[in-house]
Design a protein around this ligand. Structure first.
Ligand code: D8T
Ligand code: MG
Length: 422
């Protein structure tokens, strides 16, 4: 029996058929130790359900509560094809909207409804979005090491495996740089927090990494780098200019979101392409980035801006002003989120590059249909919807914890002990 929608949330137009949403749940699993949140929307049609990515690693329990205690009651009883109305309902009914908890929850609903729409049509989601404008998405992969030589060894392994784009990171003493193992060595002995982040050291050594990379890897490979929000606007200009000779594909997150107003000045000061966006938690903020002249590539965490539907709008805006996309997708994006990224990549003229992550066997077991990168390329599934399933028994074997990712994000302090944006 189908439960009718609560009267306040019922659609004010007739549904075209009898299919209704019967349940909305969040499933949390950590097959790589990283909590992944996926929303499952069930329907009155036998076996018809959808999956959507709602992964906010550091606050996953809040997302689960949002989904199961607030969101489900809004949409149960509704026709699942009214995706835009249902996600607007989820958004406006909170009155205070946006932010990573609410947007991730709504993304779970949004992407699950697209999955259902694809399954009902018998077509993959990218076809519902207008179809392919390219065969596959080229990806970059993260190469890192404790010193320049070992970072470049890592790079060579990925080049041999077929990648053409590498994001290069090298360790620093103490707290270290983002994305490379911390060195078990003080940054500045005698400082109040001797293992603190030493920006001077980082600014001096990063160009050395890229000089060595060009020398050893040659000119054909595309090189990228993630600053991870650790600089002031002037330091960002210094870094961008210092790596100009090495022709970077992009320089990522030079500034924290609090200082994004300074991005147009940073971008204007150097030809190095600026990539920003993974910390945007509203479509409005992300749109201001795209239209504000401060970024060359927009790289939002799609679930943090509310899912596939808002990301499509952003991609359209980017296409119109010549900004390119580079959707965020490390291990803290679920395979369902990764599939949504690729659907955007192959359907958008604004595509720039896709962040790649090689999921472990455990992830493939929990999420049958997880996409695989082949020679650096990602292709979408051609099955109806996302073509991705979720084995809940397997998922339950990988329970999520609370502390790991909080600890990572709280791990950056200056030499005086003060916390720094991670
Ligand atoms: O661009 C990236 O892949 C990184 O900034 C990660 O998103 C961040 O460390 C959170 O996992
Ligand atoms: Mg990043």
């Amino acid at each position: 029996m189908t439960v009718p929608a609560e009267p306040a949330f019922a659609q004010p137009w007739p549904a075209p058929d009898g299919v209704r949403i019967t349940g909305v749940r969040a499933i949390v699993t950590a097959p790589e130790g990283i909590p992944l949140v996926v929303v499952r929307v069930d329907t009155s049609d036998d076996g018809l359900f959808g999956l959507g990515c709602a992964t906010f690693t550091q606050r996953w329990r809040s997302v689960v509560a949002f989904v199961e205690e607030h969101l489900a009651r809004l949409v149960v009883g509704r026709y699942p094809g009214d995706i835009e109305d249902l996600t607007r309902l989820a958004r406006f009914s909170a009155y205070w909207r946006d932010g990573p908890v609410g947007n991730n929850a709504i993304s779970g609903l949004d992407q699950a409804l697209w999955d259902i729409a694809g399954k009902r049509a018998g077509r993959p989601v990218h076809e519902l979005l207008g179809g392919k404008v390219r065969a596959a998405a080229d990806t970059y992969i993260h190469a890192a090491g404790r010193d320049i030589d070992s970072a470049l060894d890592d790079a060579e392994r990925f080049l041999a495996a077929g990648w053409r784009h590498l994001r290069l990171q090298v360790s620093q003493p103490g707290t270290g740089a983002y994305g490379a193992p911390p060195l078990d060595r003080d940054t500045l002995p005698g400082a109040p927090y001797a293992r603190g982040w030493n920006v001077g050291h980082y600014l001096r050594t990063t160009p050395q990494l890229f000089a060595a990379a060009r020398e050893r890897l040659g000119d054909d490979v595309e090189l990228l780098h993630d600053v991870h929000s650790r600089l002031t606007p002037k330091q960002a200009v210094v870094l961008a200019r210092s790596v100009e000779p090495y022709r970077l594909f992009f320089l990522e997150d030079v500034l924290p979101p609090e200082h994004w107003d300074a991005l147009p000045a940073v971008r204007a000061a150097s030809p190095v392409p600026i990539a920003v966006g993974e910390l945007a938690t509203s479509l409005s903020d992300a749109t201001r980035l795209v239209l504000g002249g401060g970024v060359d590539l927009i790289r939002c965490h799609v679930s943090a801006i509310g899912g596939l539907s808002p990301a499509r709008k952003l991609a359209a805006a980017a296409e119109l002003v010549g900004v390119r996309t580079a959707w965020h997708a490390p291990g803290d994006t679920s395979p369902v989120g990764a599939a949504a990224n690729v659907a955007l990549d192959v359907t958008s003229a604004a595509f720039g590059i896709q962040e790649g992550h090689v999921y472990s066997d455990a992830v493939h077991e929990v999420f049958p249909g997880t996409l695989r990168i082949v020679d650096g390329w990602l292709k979408p599934n051609e099955q109806p919807g996302w073509g991705i399933d979720l084995d809940e028994q397997a998922a339950a074997r990988f329970p999520a914890g609370l502390s790991g990712h909080d600890a990572w994000a709280a791990g950056v302090r200056g030499l005086d002990g003060g916390l720094i944006a991670p």
